[in-house]
Ligand binder design. Sequence first.
Ligand code: NI
Length: 225
Amino acid sequence: MLLHVEGVLSPDQVAECRRTLQAQAWVDGRVTAGAQSALAKRNLQVPAEAPAARALGETILEVLGRNAAFISAALPLKVFPPLFNRYDEGMGFDTHVDNAIRVSGQARYRTDLSATLFLTGPEDYDGGELIVEDIYGEHAVKLAAGDLILYPASSLHRVAPITRGSRWAAFFWVQSMVRTDARRSLLYDLDNAIQTTVGKVGQGDPAVVSLTGTYNNLLRMWAEV
Ligand code: NI
């Protein structure tokens, strides 16, 4: 499942992020790439240990922790501290899959989901689409600044070359309580159906109570915590 979460950051928060990132020392993005993807990757990143970037990452995690759509879709157990990248004209990232495990300090994260939080809007650059392949074909993603895309980390994906301007983003991975995409998708659909039903008949309706019980029993069966 590809999920577009709108307005994760407000315009003011995006502007603040960009002001902070502007002042950072950007380095070659291959520092965090595996051997294979290093060949495919041409971009710039802020070093993970830069204090200002770490603080920005913390803020993003706090905001996501209050985002109902993100929580319902990702069912996060652990979220990798966000990193920041930038693609200038001529840069891109050829087709690859993300590493299954990422390490940050002493912690290891299984990458069930990949996330990109756009910090520049479509008006700021040409090209630069995130292209994700799944069984239905290719999906080209280019979102407003402040919006987030969530997709299975096992997907083949690439970033199309930039032909004008500059594309800035935060990116990170989620270790979900529910490992497989199909189960997460089912729980997400069921949660949405419950919320819609609550809107029509109210929280205390027996149908809502029953559906909520089913949701929790599925989560209890599938969650690894
Ligand atoms: Ni990737």
